[in-house]
Design a protein around this ligand. Structure first.
Ligand code: SF4
Length: 119
């Protein structure tokens, strides 16, 4: 196959020694060639073993000033969970053997970062 990925870049990737410049060059590779390369590296690293983590996404608010349309739950007046409510969801997740939680929510201008960091 006629690859657009230079041999030396491929070698560094196989050795786990990719550079920032390699990453920037890969941005210019046609997507499906890049996907094939990524799948080959994944196959070398993990074979056909599929792994997963038990995860819970906790949306602390549906209130959002955004209009991106990416979600179907955005409102102008949605509830904002308290820290206690969020922590209760974290405990529920832990009981279900979650090893990861993602805490996310809409853009809500009155919610200061300091209160988020209070988590
Ligand atoms: S909540 Fe998130 S996904 Fe939904 S409209 Fe706002 S920014 Fe977009």
């Amino acid at each position: 196959m006629n690859s657009k990925i230079p041999e030396d870049l491929l070698e560094r990737a196989y050795q786990g020694k990719s550079t920032k410049e390699d990453g920037l060059l890969l941005l210019k590779v046609p997507p499906f060639e890049l996907f094939r390369f990524a799948d080959e590296l994944r196959s070398l690293a993990a074979g056909n073993t599929v792994t997963y983590v038990v995860n819970r996404n906790i949306n602390f608010t549906s209130r959002c000033v955004g209009t991106c349309g990416f979600c179907a739950f955005r409102t102008n007046t949605g509830k904002v969970l308290s820290i206690e409510e969020i922590m209760a969801k974290v405990r529920e997740a832990k009981q279900e053997n979650a090893t990861e939680v993602c805490i996310q929510g809409g853009y809500f201008l009155r919610l200061a970062w300091t209160s988020t960091l209070g988590l």
